[in-house]
Design a protein around this ligand. Structure first.
Ligand code: CMP
Length: 138
Protein backbone atom coordinates (compact mmCIF):
# COMPACT_ATOMS: atom_id res chain seq x y z
CA UNK A 1 0.00 0.00 0.00
CA UNK A 2 1.23 3.51 -0.86
CA UNK A 3 2.60 5.81 1.89
CA UNK A 4 3.48 9.48 2.09
CA UNK A 5 4.99 11.95 4.54
CA UNK A 6 3.21 15.01 5.89
CA UNK A 7 4.88 17.61 8.10
CA UNK A 8 3.10 20.06 10.37
CA UNK A 9 5.63 22.88 10.30
CA UNK A 10 6.61 25.38 13.05
CA UNK A 11 3.81 27.91 12.42
CA UNK A 12 1.25 25.08 12.80
CA UNK A 13 2.79 23.88 16.07
CA UNK A 14 3.16 27.45 17.43
CA UNK A 15 -0.49 28.28 16.71
CA UNK A 16 -1.69 24.96 18.22
CA UNK A 17 -3.13 23.70 14.93
CA UNK A 18 -1.78 20.14 15.30
CA UNK A 19 -5.10 18.66 16.46
CA UNK A 20 -7.14 20.45 13.78
CA UNK A 21 -4.79 19.27 11.03
CA UNK A 22 -4.77 15.67 12.26
CA UNK A 23 -8.59 15.78 12.37
CA UNK A 24 -8.65 16.95 8.74
CA UNK A 25 -6.35 14.08 7.71
CA UNK A 26 -8.50 11.51 9.49
CA UNK A 27 -11.77 13.01 8.23
CA UNK A 28 -10.40 12.69 4.68
CA UNK A 29 -10.02 8.94 5.13
CA UNK A 30 -6.23 8.99 5.30
CA UNK A 31 -4.72 6.52 7.74
CA UNK A 32 -1.97 7.66 10.13
CA UNK A 33 0.53 4.82 10.59
CA UNK A 34 3.49 6.65 12.18
CA UNK A 35 3.96 9.99 13.92
CA UNK A 36 6.83 11.84 15.59
CA UNK A 37 7.49 15.32 16.98
CA UNK A 38 11.02 16.54 16.34
CA UNK A 39 13.05 19.74 16.55
CA UNK A 40 15.22 19.66 13.42
CA UNK A 41 18.83 20.81 13.65
CA UNK A 42 20.12 23.14 10.96
CA UNK A 43 22.07 20.25 9.43
CA UNK A 44 19.01 17.97 9.34
CA UNK A 45 16.84 20.71 7.83
CA UNK A 46 19.44 21.42 5.13
CA UNK A 47 19.55 17.70 4.27
CA UNK A 48 15.78 17.32 4.17
CA UNK A 49 15.39 20.36 1.90
CA UNK A 50 18.63 19.84 -0.08
CA UNK A 51 16.70 19.94 -3.36
CA UNK A 52 16.08 23.67 -2.68
CA UNK A 53 19.65 24.53 -1.66
CA UNK A 54 20.22 26.89 -4.61
CA UNK A 55 16.87 28.67 -4.33
CA UNK A 56 16.70 32.28 -3.12
CA UNK A 57 14.40 31.29 -0.24
CA UNK A 58 16.61 28.47 1.13
CA UNK A 59 18.09 30.38 4.12
CA UNK A 60 14.65 31.72 5.14
CA UNK A 61 13.21 28.20 4.80
CA UNK A 62 15.91 26.65 7.02
CA UNK A 63 15.49 29.38 9.68
CA UNK A 64 11.74 28.81 9.66
CA UNK A 65 11.72 24.98 9.88
CA UNK A 66 14.28 24.94 12.69
CA UNK A 67 12.72 27.63 14.90
CA UNK A 68 10.23 25.28 16.64
CA UNK A 69 9.34 21.59 16.69
CA UNK A 70 7.54 20.00 13.77
CA UNK A 71 5.29 16.94 13.58
CA UNK A 72 6.15 14.24 11.03
CA UNK A 73 3.26 11.99 10.04
CA UNK A 74 3.33 8.93 7.79
CA UNK A 75 0.05 8.31 6.01
CA UNK A 76 -1.04 5.19 4.20
CA UNK A 77 -3.75 4.53 1.65
CA UNK A 78 -4.66 4.08 -1.98
CA UNK A 79 -3.30 6.97 -4.06
CA UNK A 80 -2.25 8.66 -0.80
CA UNK A 81 0.53 10.85 -2.30
CA UNK A 82 -1.89 12.56 -4.71
CA UNK A 83 -4.76 12.70 -2.19
CA UNK A 84 -2.57 14.33 0.47
CA UNK A 85 -1.24 16.92 -1.98
CA UNK A 86 -4.83 17.78 -2.96
CA UNK A 87 -5.76 18.13 0.71
CA UNK A 88 -2.89 20.54 1.52
CA UNK A 89 -3.23 22.74 -1.62
CA UNK A 90 -0.65 24.81 -3.51
CA UNK A 91 2.52 26.25 -1.94
CA UNK A 92 1.24 29.82 -1.66
CA UNK A 93 -1.72 29.97 0.78
CA UNK A 94 -3.14 32.95 -1.16
CA UNK A 95 -3.37 30.84 -4.30
CA UNK A 96 -4.17 27.48 -2.70
CA UNK A 97 -7.50 25.90 -3.61
CA UNK A 98 -10.39 26.75 -1.24
CA UNK A 99 -10.84 24.52 1.80
CA UNK A 100 -7.28 23.14 1.56
CA UNK A 101 -5.11 23.13 4.70
CA UNK A 102 -2.78 25.80 3.33
CA UNK A 103 -5.67 28.04 2.21
CA UNK A 104 -7.22 27.81 5.67
CA UNK A 105 -4.10 27.82 7.89
CA UNK A 106 -1.15 29.11 5.85
CA UNK A 107 0.42 32.50 6.57
CA UNK A 108 2.79 33.02 3.62
CA UNK A 109 4.62 31.16 0.88
CA UNK A 110 7.30 30.16 3.39
CA UNK A 111 5.10 29.73 6.45
CA UNK A 112 2.59 27.49 4.74
CA UNK A 113 1.88 25.24 7.77
CA UNK A 114 2.26 21.84 6.11
CA UNK A 115 4.46 19.90 3.70
CA UNK A 116 3.61 16.70 1.82
CA UNK A 117 5.76 14.51 -0.43
CA UNK A 118 5.33 15.32 -4.12
CA UNK A 119 5.84 11.81 -5.57
CA UNK A 120 6.10 8.16 -4.49
CA UNK A 121 9.88 8.34 -4.88
CA UNK A 122 10.16 11.47 -2.73
CA UNK A 123 7.79 9.90 -0.19
CA UNK A 124 10.11 6.91 0.24
CA UNK A 125 13.10 9.20 0.87
CA UNK A 126 11.18 11.50 3.22
CA UNK A 127 9.62 8.65 5.24
CA UNK A 128 13.08 7.12 5.66
CA UNK A 129 14.43 10.50 6.74
CA UNK A 130 12.05 10.68 9.70
CA UNK A 131 11.28 7.04 10.48
CA UNK A 132 14.26 5.05 9.19
CA UNK A 133 14.38 2.45 6.44
CA UNK A 134 13.10 -0.42 8.55
CA UNK A 135 9.43 0.38 8.63
CA UNK A 136 7.54 -1.94 10.98
CA UNK A 137 4.37 -1.40 8.98
CA UNK A 138 5.78 -2.91 5.81
P1 CMP B 1 7.29 22.76 1.21
O1 CMP B 1 6.17 22.06 0.53
O2 CMP B 1 7.66 22.29 2.56
O3 CMP B 1 8.58 22.70 0.25
C1 CMP B 1 9.54 23.70 0.16
C2 CMP B 1 9.22 24.89 1.03
O4 CMP B 1 9.91 26.06 0.69
C3 CMP B 1 7.75 25.27 0.82
O5 CMP B 1 6.90 24.31 1.36
C4 CMP B 1 7.74 26.63 1.47
O6 CMP B 1 7.76 26.54 2.90
C5 CMP B 1 9.09 27.18 0.98
N1 CMP B 1 8.93 27.95 -0.29
C6 CMP B 1 8.63 27.46 -1.50
N2 CMP B 1 8.61 28.44 -2.43
C7 CMP B 1 8.90 29.58 -1.77
C8 CMP B 1 9.05 30.94 -2.19
N3 CMP B 1 8.87 31.31 -3.46
N4 CMP B 1 9.37 31.86 -1.26
C9 CMP B 1 9.56 31.48 0.01
N5 CMP B 1 9.43 30.21 0.48
C10 CMP B 1 9.10 29.27 -0.41
Amino acid sequence: MESTLLLIKPDGVERKLVGDIIKKLENSGLEIINMRMVHLTQDEAEKFYSIHKDKFFFRELIRYVTREKIVAIELKGKDVVRRTRLLIGGTDPKEAEEETIRAICGISKTENTVHASDSKKTAKREIEFFFGSRNIHE
